[in-house]
Write a protein that binds this ligand. Sequence first.
Ligand SMILES: Cc1ncc(COP(=O)(O)O)c(C=O)c1O
Length: 447
Amino acid sequence: MKSVKAVQGEKLAIEGGKKAVEKLGPLPTKIGKDELLEIIDMWEFNPQTQAKIKELIQKEPDVKGPHLFRYYNPKPSKVAAAEAAMSELIGTKYCLAVNSCTSALVASYKALGIGCGDQVIVPAYTFFATSATVVSSNAIPVIVDIDDSLCIDPSAIEKAITKRTKAIAPVHMRGAPAQMDAIMEIANKKGIPVVEDVAQAASGSFGDKRLGSIGTMGCFSFDYYKIIVSGEGGFITTDDEWLYIRAQSWHDCAACWRPDRFAKERRDGELFCGENYRMSELEGAVSIAQIRKADKMIAGYRRAKNRIKDAIEKFPGLSFRRLADKKGDTGICLVMFLPDAAKTKRALEYIKAEGIPAGGIFDSKVRDWHIYSYWEHILDLKTVSHDGMPWSGVVKQELPKYSRDMCPRTLDILSRSILVDIDYNYSDEDCDAITNGINKVLRVILK
Ligand SMILES: Cc1ncc(COP(=O)(O)O)c(C=O)c1O
């Protein structure tokens, strides 16, 4: 051990002495070849190719692995690049990547300042997340009928508006736009923000605008079942800088990572306690590749859908879902209506037996989170906490009158719907085989 005197004799680095630590390491990065090999396992290359790729990687020297966190990233962030690509695709000034559409919806409701006692109007047919996030934002969902577009009925919105209405959340269901001209007219007249749920219709449009750029905020899902996907993921689009800033604050705990991280509040309402909805760089990277392909995919969906639909014969009692904007439909599915639930059920059974990827939408005996009558969490005023929120935040008379049959038109329309899934890669032969199968069945059912 050196004597205290000797140690005292060494000049401190701060005074010009030799630095004690010139270099540490080499230190491998946290994420390296092992992690890449796990990722490669997920692709179904043939076993020889898989082995070759793995061997090549194993032979490589250790190099720096990716920094999968978007912030403090030594390389340009993939998440930031995905946001830029999404802004460009949708046509909004701002875009925030998050980890799901559920997160996007909560962050949007929070950005708008929605809370205790406020009401948000939602359609009776949507994936539960649109309404559940109203409740988890401590507000009250007001559930209204859809129409034959399978999207929210603008006249039902108008009737449901109260002094407590703080947002309208139209959902562009099953790839097709809601009636955005009528919805925006009502919203603008009353000064109510519109949160578009674009989870199922990314890159669709209404008029000359992409969905997600018409309302106040747009919420997208990139979960695996959507049009453009990253496994899990979501985006918020908006032209409103302040709402973007507030959503950004909510999405990373408490504005921990805003551009000037440690700055004091610049304006009342910028700093508040949030959650963590950040997207990882892996999802960011997959998202960029997917966003680039969006228009090509949509062109494929539309081509296949139109070919199938145009060749379906005319049958008495057969109609198709009304498209609020035919050109803006993404074409991911074809929805037909039959005259009654019994015929629909039988036709569906026959159509499936023909090998056609089709499904019903509502069967009173099958539970489904897309249909309001199964949202017992809301209908039965369920709560996660002892305080009974959000329901306890409102006097009983001001709560909507929830019941399983409160939107009979929605249940009727959905019970008569058959949905045929479209793939953007279908060849003309695939499309014709599907149409032939549908025609064959409808000739029997609707004769
Ligand atoms: C209409 C709609 N909104 C929201 C969501 C929630 O999306 P995510 O799974 O990304 O949270 C979905 C997902 O199914 C959806 O279909």
